[in-house]
Design a protein around this ligand. Sequence first.
Ligand SMILES: C[S@@+](CC[C@H](N)C(=O)[O-])C[C@H]1O[C@@H](n2cnc3c(N)ncnc32)[C@H](O)[C@@H]1O
Length: 342
Amino acid sequence: MTDNKTKKQLPGVLRFLIKLSQIVLYIPIQAVFVPFAMIGLIDGIYKEMVRSKKLSVSFSAIKTLQYRWVMHHFNTRPDQASVAFTKKFPCESHFGLWSVYGALIISQRLFGFTTMLGKIAERGKETLVSSVGQRVLQFDKIMEKYVNDVEQIVLPGVGFDLIALPFTKGKKVKVFELDQVDTLKVKVETLKKAGIKHDWISYIPVDYASESWVDRLLEAGFDKTKKTLFLWQSVSLFLEESAVKETLRSMAGLCANGSIIAQDLYSKTFVQGEYAKVSKRNMRLIEKMGEPCKFGIDMSTNPKKAVESFLQACGLKTTVYIQFGEKLGIDPFYCIVEAEKL
Ligand SMILES: C[S@@+](CC[C@H](N)C(=O)[O-])C[C@H]1O[C@@H](n2cnc3c(N)ncnc32)[C@H](O)[C@@H]1O
């Protein structure tokens, strides 16, 4: 009996000892990084918060780029372009990121010390905190699924997401990226400085207050008769409900048969900062940087139905519905959906 018990315990004990030795090895590496992290943090905060304001660049878009840098370095999603981009990006400190994450990156690579940053939550078992990586991977899957099947891809509110580069390079598909004027200007300048080829992508800066993104898209050569994938990632939560509806209706109006609109939606409780303390803090920061969260779906009773009827009111039929965290039985906070025009 003791033997069996010992056998059962052995992997656990071994696991504990391995983890302990990894922590022991990690601590001195982290200690070396601490002074650099202090300087790096100041540089990072200055570039992300002060310089981005001066350049009128979207702070939330900086944060999503940052996570793609993290995913690359922690081996959860290769993204060399985002790393090269970050090095030349005026609103991020590459040194700052290394100084903060460097000890963990080195420890993971040298002796397998893996923290949450090096793991992707299993599909269906995402919590609010662990959902970021899975979110990025799900949009990759959507790209992968449709890139050879559509003639056009439109990414409204693309920010500094470089997803289109690896998926569409050398392909016939036309790509249109839209965002606010200054954000897109900085993106194109940074791509050039970083030597990242992007000449097959049409960048369409839009001043949303004074012009129609649909008109700008059509002027840039978008063809309403062609099968299109719209990828609208992490934008709707920053818009008023009326603007979300108007945008989705406009997208539906641009859809030829077989076109797909893929997007993510957050719950009302998340957007109102009631879901979790950690999200409330982040949202306050993003709000201070000029991007308050505004739109969420009431997911409290039947989230799938709520999403379907919202999309229906915008002239869309839901074809794929992925709810994060559903296997954990936690309150719904986020979903990714695909839809086609009704
Ligand atoms: C969280 S970022 C997401 C960026 C990118 N889609 C990604 O996943 O990395 C939100 C983006 O929405 C854009 N945005 C903000 N207000 C907008 C508006 N009124 N219309 C369109 N895009 C807007 C911002 O410029 C920013 O790039």
